[in-house]
Design a protein around this ligand. Structure first.
Ligand SMILES: NC(=O)c1ccc[n+]([C@@H]2O[C@H](COP(=O)([O-])OP(=O)(O)OC[C@H]3O[C@@H](n4cnc5c(N)ncnc54)[C@H](OP(=O)(O)O)[C@@H]3O)[C@@H](O)[C@H]2O)c1
Length: 223
């Protein structure tokens, strides 16, 4: 990489900062936002994701769009998503921005209607995210590994076949490829399940959620 690539992360809590730490470790720059202004977020990031750059939410997609790889990770609880303006990523100036949906549905959360509707129809929650963030290409990934595990599990020094496997799903093959490349850089063995319709196994009640996985475990569910 000649120029440092940057990934945006929406949400700077347990998941967002864990994702940031493994990216920074792999030499990938990270822009992060939360409900707090960048100045207030700075102290938190110094402790939990040193090296990450605090930005306003509407700036979170800017640098990744110009410096690549054009990826923003959504790490905000689903019950808060009405407050996340799709324009922050939809209008970033990049026609092909990828939004990694790292969120999960928990039964104790009261969800926005637009997210509850597909779930009521037994569809994966990422359908709701894709409908809401309609100008991005949504890829479901990184939601099925705990923030407790991610740093120990991601190891770019291991050959692919010895790494922990992680699953992803998305309707656009090029977007899936871009996310696979990122997951590989941070030290996983990424395996595609297929389109968003194939993402049920990595949701919280699914057989691939929060388990140490190998490639063949995921391939059993690939469509
Ligand atoms: N924790 C895990 O191990 C893990 C792993 C994979 C996926 N996930 C999923 O990731 C999502 C987040 O989980 P979490 O555990 O990281 O939650 P968390 O620790 O509560 O952090 C949530 C973050 O979202 C930010 N946020 C809330 N509303 C926002 C808004 N309107 N605009 C911008 N930022 C906003 C919060 O900002 P403030 O900091 O300002 O409050 C906080 O930084 C959930 O869906 C979860 O299931 C979690």
């Amino acid at each position: 990489m000649s120029e440092q690539q940057v990934v945006g992360i929406l949400g700077s809590g347990r998941a967002g900062t864990a994702f940031a730490r493994v990216m920074l470790r792999a030499g990938i720059g990270v822009d992060m936002c939360s409900t707090r202004p960048p100045k207030a977020l700075q102290h938190h990031l110094k402790i939990y994701a040193p090296g990450a750059v605090p930005v306003w939410p509407w700036q979170v997609a800017a640098r990744t769009s110009t410096h690549g790889p054009g990826i923003v990770i959504l790490a905000v609880p689903q019950e808060e998503l009405d407050e996340v303006d799709p324009g922050w990523v939809n209008n970033a100036g990049s026609a092909d921005l990828v939004l990694v949906d790292a969120t999960n549905t928990w039964h104790d959360e009261e969800l926005p209607g637009w997210l509850q509707a597909p779930i009521d129809e037994q569809l994966p929650s990422s359908y709701g995210i894709a409908g809401r963030f309609s100008r991005t290409k949504v890829v479901k990934a990184l939601n099925h590994i705990s923030h407790h595990d991610i740093e120990a599990a991601a190891n770019p020094d291991l050959p692919l076949e010895q790494r922990r496997a992680v699953a992803l799903a998305g309707d656009d093959g090029q977007a899936r490829g871009r996310v696979m490349n990122l997951l590989m850089l941070i030290g996983f063995d990424p395996v595609s399940l297929g389109g968003l319709c194939a993402s049920h196994p990595i949701e919280p009640d699914g057989p691939l959620f929060d388990r140490p996985l190998r490639r063949e475990d995921i391939l059993r569910f690939a469509r």
